[in-house]
Design a protein around this ligand. Structure first.
Ligand code: MV4
Length: 448
């Protein structure tokens, strides 16, 4: 096992990784920008290295500085967390070339899944259901028209280099197709320097359901069930649940078995998430994430498995100790993302936290790097904390969420807490009856 790990991240996820390391007897190295000298992740790590000025491009994304921090401190492995360098295949490669272990999949798997056309082709070949559409890139207008007529309108044009919703265009009818294609191409070229696009049948009201997997270097792959992340705004997840209110045990086991078999064939290593759209009882692959995700705690709450600990163990070459039959789902979990933002306009609201009180009690977890008097810097994303609750069933979970939201106090800045206090009382949310467009429709009716 590693003796020392460098955490190439900040905020709540740096604390999360630090906690797993401490429980494994591993020493930790924090890195930070000058804006984060007073940050909690720096205080809780055993050592810290300042890696640059506030902009992420010069600090948390500064590969030479991060490698140097490893060499100075003697850290043997790097955990990238989420965002920043976590899905940068070149970074994973450079880390490997320096004899340091990247806690994550191979650079080859990161690169494959970052190319959305290649990823879709690769997962389709190993038996994962995909959305009907073009076989690879769409190379001509006539081909596009032919495929669209075949699969039926509406169709969606997606950028191969995109992902997370960037560079998508819907064509509702044949007369929209050429403009959708040329707009998607030029936007993809401008944003990613790659104008490759592909086409899919546009699913109108699906849910976003993702399956968590863990794989070791001995070819064992386990699934940890699914998360429902349908409540999003502008492709930012707001509320996540495990399990999905839309799935039954048979559906969970079916998609879990498909995904584990597929990733065994691919030879995947580490933690990963396979994202699906789910509509009328059918799963359709959209993307694979090759990183630890923000919403991983809801899966931990219903399985009791420490995902970060397992990531570190498999990266060190240890085998997964459990089998699929040992992965038992218990109860229900919901996460609310507490952002430093106006709850209805989502305008960022950085500043000093003047009052802070975390909720507690049975089944309540609050993952955050906030403290009384902490000043949230304006340079990074606005996630200030995650409220995660667990209950014996979804109803108990919802009641616990309602009371823990009422205990949580974050003063001095605007936060998304008032939005959740409303959502937890909405009949559709209570019934689990929502889809990927529900929140934006709700905000256009009820928002400021
Ligand atoms: C789609 C889709 C409908 N049909 N693909 C958006 C993010 C990217 N990961 C895939 N996305 C979508 N792909 C087909 N064939 C609708 C979306 C989509 C979406 C997906 C998940 C969560 C929120 C979303 C919001 C808008 C659109």
């Amino acid at each position: 096992m590693f003796e020392k790990v460098l955490i190439a991240n900040r905020g709540e996820i740096a604390l999360r990784i630090n906690r797993a390391c401490k429980e494994m007897g591993i020493s930790t190295v924090a890195v930070h920008s000058t804006a984060d000298a007073d940050a909690m992740h720096v205080r809780l790590a055993d050592e810290s290295v300042c890696i640059g000025p506030p902009p992420a491009s010069q600090s948390y994304l500064n590969i030479p500085q991060i490698i140097a921090a490893c060499e100075i401190t003697g850290a043997e492995a790097i955990h990238p967390g989420y965002g920043f360098l976590s899905e940068n295949a070149r970074f994973a490669e450079i880390v490997r070339e320096h004899g340091i272990t990247f806690i994550g999949p191979t650079p080859e798997h990161i690169r494959l899944m970052g190319d959305k056309i290649a990823a879709k082709q690769a997962v389709k070949e190993v038996g994962i259901p995909t959305v009907p559409g073009s076989d690879g890139a769409v190379t001509s207008d006539t081909e596009a028209a032919r495929i669209a007529n075949q699969i039926g309108y509406p169709v969606l044009i997606k950028a191969s280099a995109g992902g997370g919703g960037r560079g998508m265009k819907v064509a509702e009818k044949p007369s929209d197709l050429m403009l959708a294609l040329s707009t998607a191409r030029s936007e993809a070229k401008a944003a990613f320097g790659d104008d490759a696009v592909y086409m899919e049948k546009y699913l109108q009201k699906p849910r976003h359901i993702e399956v968590q997997i863990l794989a070791d270097s001995f070819g064992k792959v386990l699934h940890l069930g699914e998360r429902d992340c349908s409540l999003q705004r502008r492709h930012q997840k707001v509320w996540e649940e495990a399990g999905s209110p839309a799935l039954n045990t048979a559906q969970r086991e079916e998609i879990g078995a498909i995904v584990t078999k597929a990733l065994e064939k691919i030879g995947y290593l580490g933690a990963g998430t396979i994202e699906f759209l789910f509509e009328e009882g059918h799963f359709y692959f959209i993307e694979m994430n090759t990183r630890l995700q923000v919403e991983h705690p809801v899966t931990e709450m219903i399985t009791g498995i420490d995902i970060v600990r397992e990531q570190i163990r498999v990266a060190a070459g240890s085998p997964l100790e459990m089998d699929q039959r040992d992965v038992v789902f218990s109860g229900h979990s919901i996460e609310c993302r507490i952002n430093a933002e106006n709850p209805f306009t989502f305008q960022p609201s950085p500043g000093t936290i003047t009052t802070f009180h975390a909720p507690g009690g049975l089944g309540v977890r609050f993952d955050s790097a906030m403290y009384d008097g902490y000043r949230i810097p304006p340079y990074y994303d606005s996630l200030a904390g995650k409220l995660i609750v667990h209950g014996k069933n979804r109803n108990e979970c919802m009641m616990r969420l309602r009371r823990s939201l009422d205990e949580l106090v974050v003063g001095g800045i605007e936060t998304t807490i008032p939005l959740f206090q409303q959502l937890v009382r909405e009949p559709d949310i209570h019934n689990g009856d929502y889809h990927i467009h529900w929140l934006e429709q709700y905000l256009s009716k009820h928002g400021a």
